[in-house]
Each structure stands twice: as C-alpha cells, then as structure tokens.
Design a protein around this ligand. Structure first.
Ligand SMILES: O=C(O)C(=O)C[C@H](O)[C@@H](O)CO
Length: 254
C-alpha cells in the first residue's frame, strides 16, 4: 500500500492555484458535505472551532473518501499536538502565529523523524494505515505540507526568512488577526494591511514558496488569486450556513 499523493502540495509546487473551504463547525457530517463539493482542499480548524483529536480524526476519515486534501490547523506550534495530529493522519498542517524563522524551523523539526527532526516514532497509527503503508516513516515528509500563518507585523517583517526555511511550503496570511494586530481590527482591506499582505506574497514568491489567504468575499478571492496567491480559502461551512439561513428567512419576511 502507498500513501496517497498530497494533491494540494503537488498543485502549489507546480504553481497551480487550489481553492479551499474552511470547516469551522467541528462536524464530520458537514465536513463530508464540503469535501464532496469539488473543493481542492479543506481546512479542519483546531484553533477557533470546538475540535479535539477525535473530532479532527472523524473529519479526516470522511474527507479521505474525496479527492481533496484535508489541512488541519492546530491551536499553536505545540510539538506534542503536532505529533498527535500527524499520527491520526493529518499530513497537511497549518500553524498559526508564526513570527520567526527559528519558530518555523522548530515546527518543521516537530514534523520530521530523526535525524532531521524529533517527531515521536510510533510503529503503527492511522497515518501509516496501521502499518500497511510500506516505508511510511522514511518517506513521511514527502506528502507533508506545512502552511505557516503570518498574522502580525513581526511575522510580516520576517516573512522572507520564514519562507526560506526548508520544509515551509506556504506562507498563509491570517487576514483577521493581521488586520487586528495592525490596528485595523477585522479590516484586511485597509491600505497598510493590504501592503503587508502583498509583501508576504512577494516574500513567498522570492523564496519559491506558495502563499495563501482566507478570502470569503469573492471579489477579494479573485484579486488574491490574480495576484499570485495559490492556496486560497474562498468560504467556510459556518459562513455558508449562517448567511444562507439568514437570507432564506429574510426572503420570506419581505
Ligand atoms: O486571522 C484570520 O483571519 C485567520 O487565521 C482565519 C480565522 O481564524 C478563521 O477562523 C475565520 O475567521
């Protein structure tokens, strides 16, 4: 048995844009619905959603039936959380609030078995199909993807050094946190925030890495894609359900 090719990693390494959907509802059922949409990837949010390892694993299991890559965002760069997430089969990770190259190197090391890193070794787990993927441990890095989130001015200032870290695949802008940390709470459209976002993309480009962002407004997503972002989340299960139900009820209350 071979590990499935990480289609998101293959696409962005080829410079092809892949749009995704953010899954915030912590539900295997809604994630399964999203996974069947034709999305290139989906994000299982372990930072701002009521997810735990079991709910993340359930979403990984349903997403595995579809040709989309499930990216798991962890609440921090805690290497123990990363070990557990990798072992349950999350091979694409998004880590929030990455500010320095040193932090990025530590994250890569936590994803990597010795001698290149310190990921804890377990002989069998969901990641290696319970021992059925031959040579998993030696080849695990091949299908891993690391998206580090740039979410404040320190991360922006260090974006070039972070992008240069071997093992970092994507600089992923967190527009909400970045705008808030830059004094324009929840307004990534502010000029100085837009310039910061562009500088992150340029830093990724210069290092031969991909850039990503969450852009639930189509006009923004189209603009970021046109600018060269290749990992773009264009909506969320939460937003689709909340705004869709609001609009449905409003349509009968006119
Ligand atoms: O800072 C951001 O914006 C993100 O990282 C995305 C949000 O955390 C996501 O939960 C949507 O609000």
């Amino acid at each position: 048995m071979q590990e499935r090719v990480n289609s998101l990693k293959a696409a962005i390494q080829a410079g092809r844009a892949h749009i995704g959907i953010w899954c915030s509802l912590a539900s295997a059922l809604t994630t399964e619905i999203v996974a069947g949409s034709g999305t290139g990837w989906l994000l299982i949010d372990g930072e701002h959603s009521p997810n735990d390892l079991r709910s993340i694993m359930a979403q990984l299991q349903v997403a595995a039936a579809f040709p989309c890559e499930a990216v798991v965002r962890l609440p921090s760069d805690d290497p123990n959380l990363m070990k557990q997430a990798l072992d349950i089969g999350a091979r694409s990770l998004m880590i929030p609030n990455v500010r320095t190259a040193e932090q990025a190197r530590a994250i890569v090391a936590a994803m990597t078995y010795a001698p290149g890193g310190f990921r804890g070794f377990s002989v069998g787990h969901r990641a290696n199909a319970f021992g059925r993927i031959a040579g998993y441990h030696a080849k695990a890095r091949e299908q891993q993807l690391l998206a580090v989130q740039i979410e404040d001015e320190t991360g922006v200032a260090n974006a070039a050094e972070i992008a240069a870290v071997d093992g970092v695949d994507v600089l992923f802008v967190g527009p909400g946190d970045l705008s808030t940390n830059m004094g324009s709470m929840g307004n990534p459209g502010a000029d100085h925030v837009q310039e910061a976002i562009s500088s992150v993309r340029r830093a990724a480009d210069s290092a031969g890495k991909a850039s990503g962002i969450l852009a639930p407004v189509k006009a923004d997503a189209d603009r970021y894609l046109a600018d060269g972002f290749t990992m773009v989340a264009v909506g969320s299960d939460l937003g689709l359900l909340a705004r869709g139900s609001d609009a449905l009820i409003a349509s009968f209350n006119q």
